[in-house]
Design a protein around this ligand. Structure first.
Ligand code: SF4
Ligand code: SF4
Length: 409
């Protein structure tokens, strides 16, 4: 991943691929089954979850009839409209091989009697990075395919449950029981889309969460555009948003950042205010290296997201190896969220997703030299971390704002 300033190239430490900034117990860790996901999986089969996920429309009505300025009809309408191109028109951010995540061409292919593009992995990497940025990616990096991060099974809105298998086959394929990824597809083009803190400051209101949905719409174009580009030069590509594989470890492998206490990827430039998507391809590329810049140490003393989460879904204290919630995956040394409490709040407390733990994070700032200098201190002098945490509060960062100024701009 290209560095953005001389300061960031000084404080960001590049790690060897075999020493990523996460720890996995290989005796415990198993690939995650999307059936246990709280967005696409469990709401379709788990009655204990349905007791709250089905209340989302009623929550919206109640909130619109309430007295908060930022829970109005127009706020909810903007939230829902923001996701139009990835939640409507046959698309869904969580579903593999449908609409914008189609595994087959949507029209683009190699012209007749033309040989496919050939070049070095370095030239290919430069080309696909340019293409990803052209389609709107704010971050682009390359990770090797690591099968651990792919779901064991995909889950579908019709409750079909398909194994994700890696095989020595020529093309990606979906059968009644399987999604088959060719083993020759060894590279993942990971892309990040920045969510503007100027909108995230309104979260958890629907106005702030509209930024999440709008970003997903943009990512629909990014993944389908990059995949179609690859097909047009003669290579196979699998576009994916939240389906198929876990985005955060892939993004860490692609050198985007580290995982924070709030369960999000924390990047040097955008903090956690970034959404992730990816395209898997057979085109040989040069993969990036993971990085470290002091996130873990800062999260250990910060806990601001845990303090601010209204349903206490984010833990205080140390990282652990296991969590009884089936929507978490044991075997990783991390901070495990209470995803059920979070999901319940989305449905019964907010009527949208939430994202307040992105708003409150001290790493969520507009990119700029002053914040870059602070991050340099966080990376290089962690003993000063309590001071930066204190100053974040003193300057009033991370607080929710009501949104009339959005509508008056
Ligand atoms: S999204 Fe909201 S409810 Fe969920 S963990 Fe973050 S702050 Fe808590
Ligand atoms: S708010 Fe603090 S503890 Fe939470 S993810 Fe951000 S830096 Fe880490």
């Amino acid at each position: 991943m290209a560095k953005d300033s001389w300061i960031s190239s000084w404080y960001i430490k590049q790690l060897p691929s075999e020493e990523p900034p996460y720890q996995v117990n290989k005796d415990v860790y198993e690939r995650f089954d999307q059936r246990n996901n709280l967005t696409i999986g469990r709401p379709l089969w788990d009655k204990s979850i349905q007791t709250f996920t089905r209340k989302t429309p009623a929550t919206r009505t109640k909130k619109i009839n309430g007295d908060r300025d930022t829970y109005r009809l127009e706020d909810y309408s903007l939230f829902l409209a923001g996701g139009v191109s990835t939640f409507r028109m046959g698309n869904n951010i969580n579903v593999a091989n449908r609409g914008v995540t189609s595994w087959e061409t949507l029209g683009n292919k190699l012209p007749p009697d033309i040989s496919r593009w050939e070049g070095t992995p370095e030239a290919a990497t430069k080309m696909v990075t340019r293409v990803a940025r052209y389609f709107g990616a704010d971050m682009v990096g390359i990770a090797p395919v690591d099968q651990r991060w792919f779901f064991s099974h995909a889950y579908y809105p019709d409750c079909s449950h398909k194994e994700i298998a890696f095989r020595s086959v020529d093309a990606p394929n979906e059968t009644e029981k399987e999604l088959i990824v060719p083993e020759k597809m060894k590279w993942v083009i990971v892309m990040g889309a920045w969510m503007d803190p100027g909108m995230i400051k309104y979260t958890p209101s629907p106005l702030g969460c509209a930024e999440t949905r709008l970003t997903y719409s943009q990512m629909g174009l990014m993944v389908s555009g990059v995949a179609e580009f690859l097909r047009g030069i003669g290579y196979q590509a699998i576009p994916s948003i939240n389906d198929l594989a876990l985005n955060i470890p892939l993004a860490i492998d692609a050198g985007f950042g580290e995982q924070g206490r709030n369960g999000k990827l924390i990047t040097p430039k955008y903090g956690p205010s970034v959404r992730l998507c990816k395209v898997i391809t057979e085109l040989p590329l040069v993969h990036d290296n993971p990085i470290r810049f002091g996130v873990t140490e800062f999260c250990e003393i910060c806990e601001k997201c845990a303090d601010d989460c209204v349903v206490n879904a984010i833990p205080h204290g140390k990282r652990i190896w296991d969590d009884p919630n089936i929507s978490n995956n044991p075997g990783v040394y991390t901070w495990y969220l209470d995803n059920e409490a979070c999901r319940k709040y989305w449905s019964m407390g907010n009527g949208t997703n939430c994202t307040a733990c992105i708003r409150s994070c001290p790493f969520t700032k507009h990119p700029g030299i002053m914040h870059d200098i602070t991050r340099a201190f966080i990376s290089k002098a962690p003993s000063l971390n309590p001071i930066w945490r204190e100053l974040d509060d003193v300057f009033g960062y991370g607080k929710q704002e009501d949104g009339p100024d959005f509508w008056q701009a």
